[in-house]
Ligand binder design. Structure first.
Ligand SMILES: [Zn+2]
Length: 225
């Protein structure tokens, strides 16, 4: 638990979708009520926070709350499936843990297959890898990658590399929440769009260059991803 944020401001969600290519089919705007519920679910707040990486930033999200309400997870996954329908994936794949649960809902909604990538830690290195039993089935198939929230996109990009090594054809990637420059970064790194329900601006700084520290703004307690 943590104390309330020292300062909060109103939301400035950015455009719903951006990336290297437009969606193949037009999609309906994400209902504003659903976006509000998504923000409420992750207890989004503006302020001055310290992240697990050690960076300071201006956005707090409790991403672990995303999956607690299974009905809400399904509702969000169904909405994300509408966004990515134009990708026409044969298989939807997500990294464990958060992304895979969303991916499973999207796969069911699209009538596609489902796969997941496991987190593999070797020393200080973290990678994501499909289990042996799933590597053959994705070969030559159009695979859509799904994660819950994407910031640096390390889990998504690592999974992307692994499905490429399996001989899959990545169709694109998608997430519920795209943070900061995630959409542009993932699109540039993969050459395919990152679809998302909601994009949130987030500024990050090394602690010794944090303007909020410099202005004397108190840090909120706790940590966020
Ligand atoms: Zn700071």
């Amino acid at each position: 638990m943590r104390s309330p944020a020292p300062s909060r401001t109103s939301w400035t969600p950015t455009a719903q979708c951006c990336g290297a290519e437009p969606a193949a089919d037009p999609v309906e705007p994400v209902p504003s009520a659903l976006r509000d519920r998504l923000l409420a679910t992750v207890a989004a707040e503006r302020g001055h926070f310290r992240y697990e990486s050690g960076h300071h930033g201006d956005l707090w999200l409790d991403l672990d709350r995303l999956l607690i309400d299974a009905g809400r997870t399904r509702e969000l996954g169904v909405e994300l499936a509408k966004e990515v329908r134009g990708c026409r994936p044969e298989i939807v794949c997500g990294p464990l843990t958060g992304g895979a649960f969303i991916a499973q809902v999207v796969a069911a909604e699209l009538g596609a297959g489902f796969a997941f990538a496991e987190r593999v830690v070797t020393g200080d290195a973290v990678a994501y890898r499909l289990p042996d039993a799933l590597r053959g089935p994705v070969r030559g198939r159009r695979v859509l990658l799904v994660d819950d929230a994407v910031n640096a996109g390390s889990a998504l990009l690592s999974t992307w590399q692994d499905i490429l090594s399996c001989g899959a054809q990545p169709a694109g990637s998608a997430c519920l929440l795209a943070l900061g420059e995630a959409a542009a970064r993932i699109a540039a790194a993969t050459g395919a769009p990152l679809y998302h329900l909601l994009a949130l601006e987030r500024r990050l700084w090394p602690p010794d260059r944090c303007p909020l520290c410099a202005s004397g703004t108190p840090l909120g307690a706790g940590q966020s991803r």
